[in-house]
Design a protein around this ligand. Structure first.
Ligand code: PBG
Length: 332
């Protein structure tokens, strides 16, 4: 669509900005609490709420506190929570067996949320990094991140999560062929309605730094993730990955990180017209919070502006650590 405009003064484009009600009438996009997915960090213990230093305002919660947070989220109108485990170093191994332990932190948290807040959807993270002794999302053999054996492990992890009651499986590993393998396994195991929200276009990004602190993977990670996560220089490749994942059975797709990749969000939505999400990742959150805490920006305003940007780019929703704060503002 080409924008049309009459010559001045027939058109004075400031007319539709003259007052709040007129601005409200012509607003093109809306952000609601239904657009938010809240990522939460889970830790061992009971009654625990431990601050994550590099993410002001974000906590690692024990399972009972995660259930309380889910109740709160449900009351705020947030449709989904996404779980990330802070796994004790003693449980990190080369074979990552803790990843598909039916009683690992994530699976216990899923069951606790389902008990406490049955009307909220639970999303998971599927990748080996929280359980891997070397911090990678896939198995490392002779210094190489191997694909097919990793996919087999990721499928076991997926099934354990579905068994525990997960509604949305979130593969963030970027291995090839994992979506198809997960979809087949879910069908065979009697979970035809479990959705997959694929981290299809996930970039090898510096914006994940604070997250790796939050899940205790920073110290563990050897090397970088460039043989599986995308080169920030690429855009066409993102469309190929999205298409591939859709063909393999993904129901929804994600672009990650968020604000620096809005062009990718827009291309994905306009090309495929599928449910599209962005992840406003830890580094984006940390930058806004740090500047706000220094009084250099208005934190609330920048939070809402950044979230609206995802809607403008065509996203159906956004994973954001701001979810409860934004929801409280939206609910007045
Ligand atoms: C790991 C994973 C990462 C994030 C989500 N899942 C980090 C990584 O790939 O190293 C990042 C989320 C964030 O930064 O907020 N599978």
């Amino acid at each position: 669509m080409k924008p049309t405009v009459a010559p001045f003064p027939a058109a004075r484009l400031r007319r539709t900005r003259v007052s709040q009600p007129i601005r409200d009438l012509v607003r093109e996009n809306a952000l609601t609490t239904a657009d938010l997915i809240w990522p939460i960090f889970v830790r061992e213990g009971e009654g625990q709420m431990e601050p994550v230093e590099s993410m002001p305002g974000v906590l690692r919660r024990s399972v009972d506190k995660v259930a309380e947070a889910a109740v709160e989220a449900q009351a705020l109108g947030i449709p989904a929570i996404c779980l990330f485990p802070y796994t004790d170093a003693s449980l990190k191994t080369e074979d990552c067996a803790e990843a598909w332990n039916p009683d690992n932190l994530t699976n216990r948290a899923i069951r606790a949320i389902k008990q406490a807040a049955p009307d909220i959807a639970v999303m998971t993270d599927v990748a080996l990094d929280p359980y891997n002794i070397n911090g990678h999302d896939g198995y490392v053999v002779n210094g190489e991140i191997v694909n097919d054996a990793s996919v087999e492990a990721l499928v076991k992890m997926t099934l354990a999560q579905a068994e525990a009651g997960a509604d949305i499986i979130g593969p963030s590993d970027m291995m090839d062929g994992r979506i198809g393998a997960m979809r087949r396994a879910l069908e065979q195991a009697g979970h035809p309605n479990v959705t997959i929200l694929s981290y299809s276009a996930k970039y090898a990004s510096g914006f994940y730094g604070p997250f790796r602190d939050a899940v205790g993977a920073s110290g563990a990670l050897k090397g970088d993730k460039k043989t599986y996560q995308m080169d920030p220089a690429n855009s066409d490749e993102a469309l190929r990955l999205i298409k591939r994942d859709l063909m393999e059975g993904a129901d929804m797709v994600m672009v990650k990180p968020g604000i620096a990749y809005l062009d990718i969000c827009q291309r994905v939505k306009s090309t495929f017209g599928v449910p599209t999400f962005a992840y406003q990742v830890s580094g984006e959150y940390a930058m806004i919070q740090a500047a706000a805490q220094n009084g250099w920006i208005n934190g609330e305003q920048v939070m809402m502006e950044s979230l609206m940007a995802f809607k403008r780019a065509g996203c159906n929703g956004v994973l954001t650590y701001f979810a409860p704060e934004a929801a409280r503002l939206l609910n007045g």
